[in-house]
Design a protein around this ligand. Sequence first.
Ligand SMILES: Cc1ncc(COP(=O)(O)O)c(C=O)c1O
Length: 375
Amino acid sequence: MRIETFEMERMQCLYENEVEYNLSESGVYPLSMEELLEGEELRSVLSVPLGYPYSNGSPALRERIARFYPGASPEHVTVMNGGSEVNHVVLWTLLEPGDRLAFMVPNYMQGWGLGRHFGAGSDAFRSRLGEDGSGRRWALDVDELRRAVTERTKAILVTNPNNPTGAVLTGEEMAGVIEAAGRVGAWIIADEIYRGAEVDGETTPTFWGRYDKLVVTSGLSKAFGLPGLRLGWAVAPPALIEQLWIHHDYTTLTPSTLSERLASVVMEPARREDVLARTRGIIRRNLPILEEWAAGHGDLLDYVRPAAGAIAFLGYDLPIESPALVERIRLEQSVLLVPGEQFGMGWQLRIGFGSDPDHLRKGLERVSETLRQAG
Ligand SMILES: Cc1ncc(COP(=O)(O)O)c(C=O)c1O
């Protein structure tokens, strides 16, 4: 069976290294090995024998990852190559032909395509922009979620904090997801790869520990600023961890030895908090640049403050669909953004603001040029 092209990943791969200003990234400016390691620690990494590591992650790494999830222990954790491999293996493991995946939209669309590939299809439920006591925010349409979840639903996939909106689910919305899953005995897949990258306030509460048929997928690529390590993990009940491992033996076998080792350094609790603090520092420093820029466009742009992640999802009032607008900006200005269509929602643009501030400012100035001309 053929699988459809994952449009966003293909577009980024084609152009992110070609443009002068890449504002399509969803993470922050990445850390280097030099920033991460010093003295003895660096020397010890340089002398690691490059053999095969534990295929499910070393006990030390799994123990450290488990500590990020209250109540979890190493037998709840397995390690793979990036959050995307984890999502792939989880959906491959859970979905049988005939099963349906209920899928939060807008979202990172990997799960959408895999639900159609491994199962009988994906059913959308949306977050919508609305007004509540705390101002304008992306709110989960819990009624639509209830309608999307049927007896055929094997799993519900939510991304929290969300890509592309940067919204974080409220306690009530989380309860709504759990209630919908519990009604039909579905799994919840909570992609929490942006957890820890909050703009202000507390670390996003994890779904872990709130429901029994639950798998958290995550990794070092976003909140930790280390996408090049390609290090991801699943946290799930031990019986599912065993099933994921069986499937992982047919994909990449093991994580990379060096990444596994560096991940152990990063996930040591005190270091983990330092790395997350760096990410939040970048986000807090850069967000005002984006906000000032968006405000300068008046009613042309509809900006809502993200709660987490170095991404904002802006509406715009121009007579041009988002893929065409993004292409125009790329060709005219050598700046790459991501069109809303690639997250399942048109007439929006995702702007990544995690880069160097000067790079961000200059890239945004160029975007303004095309927005003016397209108006
Ligand atoms: C929600 C979400 N999950 C997973 C991934 C993939 O992560 P990785 O680079 O670790 O494979 C992304 C990448 O953008 C993402 O946004």
